[in-house]
Design a protein around this ligand. Structure first.
Ligand code: FVH
Length: 294
């Protein structure tokens, strides 16, 4: 071990899938002593060649470091991996994607076993890990003291955003952002379907779509947040609900003309119409948020 490595916090990492392997390489490159474990042991071999120590079992890996990071497939894999591990005195950081309720249950489970617990939601794909300019980061929530203790080590693979002591909030932020992403992907799919079959090059169309989504997303999200905070959905409205709802037949008719299913658009348009009935035409689209709450 070099003098540099001895100064760095030892890390144990359970899970060497695409994301776990990317994370592992950043801690190795930063000089952290790294113990790894993976259910399929062969996936540890390249990392051992790069300086990691492979543990024979997950329990041995957990015993090797005070800071234990998990990046497994799902909550059930976490159960499976940790079933024989002694967590007393450990700092457990779980980067496995779960639901907020699973994260809260896991926090209580870990605390009952003598560990401090921090949950994480990774807002990056593997190629963004260890590349600060790619803008990836990880939401963290749960034990604030754990986060403070290991802030520098946790910042090695990607940026960090601590979003509170409720262990479920990192997962909630993660799922909320990814849900919005799927809505955006749905819109892009509909747009490409509309131009498909015409003499329009998708590659030439793509920059228009990117620029439009980029221009609209920021102002819309900020306006929605401001109106939800104030409770007044009629302030600073640029394109009101009445006008936008009146325009929806154009979108549905165009879809029909182009032979495209409207199935990605109709649920949102139905919510706009319902809000128009229950709210006011001078509102923005913010009232749809309230309709979604059951
Ligand atoms: N990759 C991505 O783009 C996303 C980006 C955002 C965050 N996600 C989440 O990260 C978690 C891990 O994702 P991953 O990309 O590393 O996933 P895989 O490459 O499929 O690796 C899965 C690892 O989990 C191990 N595993 C699965 N089941 C079990 C089990 N029952 N017991 C112990 N380990 C288990 C698997 O082991 P093996 O198949 O190699 O033996 C891999 O190490 C995930 O929550 C994403 O949602 C990634």
């Amino acid at each position: 071990m070099t003098a540099n490595a001895s100064a760095k916090t030892p890390v144990t990492l359970l899970g060497l899938g695409a994301m776990g392997t990317a994370l592992a390489r950043t801690w190795l490159a930063a000089g952290h002593p790294l113990t790894v474990w993976n259910r399929t042991a062969s996936r540890a071999e390249p990392l051992v060649a790069e300086g990691a120590t492979a543990a024979g079992t997950a329990a041995e890996a957990v015993a090797a470091s005070d800071l234990v990071i998990l990046c497994l497939l799902d909550d059930a894999s976490v159960d499976e991996a940790l079933k024989d591990a002694d967590l007393t005195g450990k700092d457990l950081v779980n980067l496995t994607t779960t639901t907020p309720a699973q994260a809260r249950e896991r926090a209580a489970w870990a605390t009952a076993r003598g560990a401090r617990y921090l949950d994480g939601g990774i807002m990056a794909v593997p190629p963004m890990i260890g590349v600060p300019e790619a803008g990836g980061y990880v939401f963290y929530s749960g034990a604030a003291d754990l986060f403070e203790t290991h802030a520098k080590t946790l910042a090695v693979p990607a940026g960090t955003r601590f979003v509170g002591t409720d262990a479920g909030h990192a997962a909630l932020h993660d799922v909320a952002l990814l849900s919005a992403m799927y809505g955006m992907f749905a819109g892009a799919a509909h747009a490409f379907a509309l131009i498909r079959g015409e003499d329009i090059d998708p590659a030439a169309f793509a920059p228009f779509l990117t620029e439009w989504l980029t221009a609209m997303a920021g102002p819309h999200v900020t306006q929605t947040a401001d109106q939800l905070t104030s409770g007044d959905y009629t302030t600073n409205v640029v394109s009101n609900l009445g006008m936008q709802t009146a325009g929806t037949p154009t979108f549905l008719t165009t879809a029909a003309e182009q032979g495209v299913s409207p199935e990605l658009l109709t649920p949102y348009f139905a919510l706009m119409r319902r809000r128009l009935t229950e709210g006011s035409p001078s509102e923005d689209l913010t009232g749809v948020v309230d309709l979604l709450r059951r």
